[in-house]
Write a protein that binds this ligand. Structure first.
Ligand SMILES: Cc1ncc(COP(=O)(O)O)c(C=O)c1O
Length: 418
């Protein structure tokens, strides 16, 4: 088969595809593998009860069932669902939204594919623009979404050391080079992979920079407020007409329904919906149908606060304590756990690369993700890129306990072998 440039780019096996394949193979080779690698959300029994009840009521109502599975919805998504979301966000945060500011996508990943390529790449005048990531490390899933080369630029963070074992990244505004080649700024908040939550000041500074440069600020709220609200610190939600906020039902526990939500200026929503029609014809209806009542009543916000957020916050504290104990005599720092579903570990001066550590851990039956995948747009050989790993803490706690022990043993061995 002869592949086009597009075909080659999307099938090269680099980035997220290679990573997911590697994780899949490792699990097939060893089903007992301790899985601290992927980004699947946890099973939260209380949420499963709510979703099951929603499924059951959907199946009992013929008309609802038909409109869920028997019709193409409009390219922007079902009007009533978009109206409910707009109202909920308006009531929660006072944002001046209507249904014209909301579009539905097949998962937020596909929304990013469309949004990024609408804004960046080759421009009609022949010039190229890129998406700037103001704070890398950033979400690995962005890396291969751009249809042209050098699609992302990134800024290294400032690193605040906290005590002997923790740290926090901050946006390095001195290094934030926005110029006429920058199409948009993009941040995930809370951030995958680091569990960082950009401060309110950082967000308002980025907003100011974006407005001055007349480019959008894209905020990826896959873990953010008001749902799934996997946010452990006080942080003001942000939206204005220059912001493109992308939300998702996935981390509520519904990654299989593939529903993303774009909240943006009407002009952006129109462009997005046209492109979404070309690519998808329409978005799936199951996610909207299952959650519509929860949005209309505002229950989605309460469920997130009552069950989703506490589950992850408690788990993050438990696993943080396990790591602190296991790593107390090692040069290991853990990023402050402010949200999302991961811990981000930094082994300063690690004599082997994080990729080599990942391979050694895989042999010992523990899957993590090597940190070097998360530095899109940073092309120099910054050692920090090869000194970090991301671990997820959604699996069974006893397995994680075992995983932490093995990670500590391998890290210790790596330092000793020096
Ligand atoms: C930060 C972030 N953004 C976007 C996504 C994509 O999620 P989905 O396509 O399931 O909405 C993920 C998935 O893990 C993520 O971690």
């Amino acid at each position: 088969m002869k592949l086009s440039s597009f075909g080659k780019k999307l099938t090269s096996g680099s980035g997220i595809v290679g990573l997911m394949e590697d994780l899949g193979d490792a699990l097939n080779e060893n089903p007992d593998m301790i899985f601290m690698g992927g980004g699947n959300p946890a099973r939260i029994p209380q949420m499963e009860v709510v979703f099951k009840a929603q499924y059951q009521s959907l199946c009992k109502n013929n008309e609802q069932l038909y409109s869920t599975t028997g019709v193409y919805q409009s390219p922007q998504g079902e009007l009533g669902f978009r109206r409910d979301i707009a109202n909920m966000l308006k009531n929660q945060f006072g944002w001046p939204l209507t249904e014209a500011n909301i579009a539905i996508s097949n998962g937020s990943q596909s929304a990013f594919y469309i949004l990024f390529n609408l804004l960046a790449g080759q421009m009609p005048d022949g010039s190229f623009k890129s998406i700037h990531l103001p704070l890398t490390p950033e979400y690995i899933g962005y890396n291969d979404l751009g249809l042209s080369e050098k699609f992302f630029t990134g800024s290294k963070p400032d690193i605040e050391l906290i005590g002997d074992h923790q740290f926090k990244y901050h946006v390095n505004f001195d290094d934030l080079a926005v110029d006429d080649k920058t199409a948009a700024l993009c941040v995930s908040r809370p951030t995958n992979p680091t569990a960082n939550v950009l401060t309110d000041d950082e967000i308002s500074h980025l907003d100011q920079i974006a407005q001055q440069a007349d480019i959008p600020l894209i905020i990826d709220g896959a873990y953010g407020v008001p749902f799934p609200n996997i946010n452990f610190i006080q942080a003001e939600p942000h939206w204005n007409n220059n912001t493109i906020l992308v939300l998702s039902l996935s981390k509520l526990g519904l990654p299989g329904v593939r529903t993303g939500i774009v909240v943006a200026a009407e002009q952006v929503i129109e462009a997005f919906s046209n492109a979404n029609t070309v690519i998808n014809l329409a978005s799936g209806n199951i996610g909207p149908s299952l959650t519509r009542d929860l949005f209309a009543s505002g229950e989605i916000v309460e469920l997130s606060k009552q069950y989703v957020q506490p589950f992850y916050q408690q788990r993050s504290q438990q696993v943080m304590a396990l790591f602190k104990q296991a790593m107390s005599d090692l040069p290991c720092r853990i990023h402050l756990s402010e949200g999302a579903i991961f811990l981000w570990l930094w082994f300063e001066g690690l004599p082997i690369t994080s990729e080599a550590l990942y391979q050694r851990l895989k042999k010992r039956g523990v899957l993590v993700v090597s940190g070097h995948h998360f530095f899109a747009g940073i092309d120099d050989e910054w050692p920090h890129q090869h000194e970090c790993i991301r671990v997820s803490y959604v699996q069974d706690l006893s397995e994680i306990e075992q995983g932490v022990k093995i990670i500590a043993e391998e890290v210790k061995l790596a330092y000793q072998q020096g």
